[in-house]
Design a protein around this ligand. Structure first.
Ligand SMILES: NC(=O)c1ccc[n+]([C@@H]2O[C@H](COP(=O)([O-])OP(=O)(O)OC[C@H]3O[C@@H](n4cnc5c(N)ncnc54)[C@H](O)[C@@H]3O)[C@@H](O)[C@H]2O)c1
Length: 268
């Protein structure tokens, strides 16, 4: 163990992080880990997740943690959430943007409205969060970090999730472009690109694989996916959250504009 760890050094002491999709699997896991490391938190998610957000605030001890309900694709909600963090904690140092609409269907099966809704949440929502959080970071003049969540579907075409795939490619593009314009403000912008993870969305993902591959049955799909992954398993939420924390930390101080696959070597 390093000296710093032995002395109880916490990487995010004195930092405030805003986490979207905080009621979800990845958002809540990330919230728990970064809270253990000293960060103050603004937890954001849709109004129908309020009971989960309340529970998470209680679990995390209540102090230095607030929640606010809102839709990342609503400019008013995004402005309100960001302002709430500034009012409560004096500024925002880190954005961990986990919220997403997780939709499925090939090109021909994708309903026009579903396509728009997916892009609204995943592209427009990412744009709004990055824009309004970075505005506050620039105003404060202390730099900051933004970590977005793309997907392996943001790096290779996955035809069974056409609209989602389009949106996650856009997240990579926005991450890289924003990294260039925000570097002069000492704001780093990165993304993680997980492949399929253990969690409540796994069953749905297995349905997609059954449909896409013609494999008969979910158990067979599960086995085939595991076999196809170099590490022979699905990823865990904690593994993605840890990558997000690394990218948010001082240890990553010269890293910006990267999209880091967290996929057990799937895209290697
Ligand atoms: N689970 C996986 O296998 C996997 C793989 C690759 C990428 N990802 C990505 O990881 C991120 C987290 O996914 P997860 O597995 O935790 O899913 P999840 O469904 O548990 O969490 C997503 C959260 O986003 C919230 N959300 C959806 N629309 C929103 C909106 N308009 N405004 C605010 N919040 C909204 C949901 O309420 C939910 O709590 C997503 O960006 C997803 O695309 C997940």
């Amino acid at each position: 163990m390093s000296d710093k760890k032995q002395q109880g050094h916490k990487r995010f002491e004195g930092k405030t992080a805003i986490i979207t999709g905080a009621a979800g699997d990845l958002g809540s896991t990330t919230a728990r880990l970064i809270s253990e490391e000293g960060a103050r938190l603004v937890l954001c998610d849709l109004p129908n997740t309020e009971p989960k957000l309340k529970q998470l605030v209680t679990e995390l001890g209540g102090q230095g943690v607030i929640y606010i309900c809102g839709d990342v694709s609503s400019v008013e909600d995004v402005k309100k959430s960001v302002q709430r963090g500034v009012d409560e904690f004096g500024g925002i140092d880190i954005l961990l943007h986990c919220a997403a609409a997780i939709t499925k269907g090939r090109l021909q099966e994708t309903d026009d409205e579903l396509f728009k809704k997916t892009q609204d949440v995943n592209i427009y929502g990412t744009f709004l969060m990055m824009k309004y959080v970075s505005n506050k970071m620039i105003e404060a003049g202390k730099g900051g970090v933004i970590v977005n969540v793309s997907s392996d579907a943001g790096l290779v075409g996955i035809d069974a999730i056409f609209a989602y795939c389009a949106s996650k490619f856009a997240v990579c593009g926005m991450t890289r472009a924003a990294a260039k314009s925000l570097a002069k403000h000492n704001i780093r912008v990165c993304a993680v690109a997980p492949s399929i993870l253990e969690g409540h969305t796994l069953e749905n993902n297995l349905d997609v694989i059954v449909k896409m591959s013609g494999i008969q049955g979910k158990e067979q799909a599960r086995a085939a996916m595991i076999q196809a992954n170099p590490m022979g398993r699905f990823g865990e939420m904690r593994e993605v959250a840890n990558a997000m924390l690394f990218l948010s930390s001082k240890e990553a101080s010269y890293i910006t504009g990267v999209v880091l696959p967290v996929d057990g070597g799937k895209l290697a």
